[in-house]
Design a protein around this ligand. Sequence first.
Ligand code: NAD
Length: 247
Amino acid sequence: MLENKVAIITGGTRGIGYAIAKKYIENQAKVIIFGSREETVTKALKELQEEIPGCEVSGYYPSLIDEEQIQSTFEEIYQKYGHIDILVNNAGVSARDSLYQYELEDFKKTVDINLTSVFVCSKVAASYMKKQGNGVILNTSSMVSIYGQPSGVAYPATKFAVNGLTKSLARELGKDHIRVNAVAPGIIRTDMVATLPKEMIDPLIKTIPLGRIGEPEDIANAFVFLGSDMASYITGVVLSVDGAAMN
Ligand code: NAD
């Protein structure tokens, strides 16, 4: 479904981003993963190459909120491949502090990685996509972007903003043939959820009509579809992939 498409995936070293990278490679995309550190990028590349021998994948670890670093990294990728077809803004951190204990610095850090990075990477990617006459930007939102959550307010706040950015950029960039969509996962089995206490997860599972938490592959499948030409008339949507949790 993604033959010859060049796809950059932020937060591609583990969890949902790793699953997207793997599915994209399986669907014939040329994949570039971004991670936060050299060691984690190297480890993820090794794992992908072991899982899919001979696959075309490379990795970088630029700061996602440093426009110059992102610009030079995208330029290197563009020089290598000649096009940048899909950007998946997936890197993110969760938050759980109560408002009364919330440090402003922690709030800002969550905004940086969950929201500012989406702005910076989308801005740089869109300049290449406009030049080549097409492109797809996909964002990882969250179920909490619709319902909120009872602590860690920076997290849902950034994800509401990611939805706003998605819908607004879809309207702004449509004329340049750039589609912009988001996927809003429910509760997915990754490191992010592994740190949550069982007392928090178990009651949530009971509210999911499909009766289970999601797997990273459930989310990756949605990203394959939205990144492909099968979704050529879809832009500005936030697609819930959550087993109808909390509906
Ligand atoms: P994870 O913690 O397993 O992976 C997070 C990824 O983000 C990692 O690859 C990490 O390297 C990257 N990252 C974190 N901080 C970074 C930084 N400062 N710079 C660069 N990269 C950084 O989490 P996950 O569950 O796979 O989450 C991926 C996305 O899915 C996030 O945007 C998250 O908000 C969203 N999400 C997850 C769930 C869930 O239940 N797991 C639900 C809804 C949304």
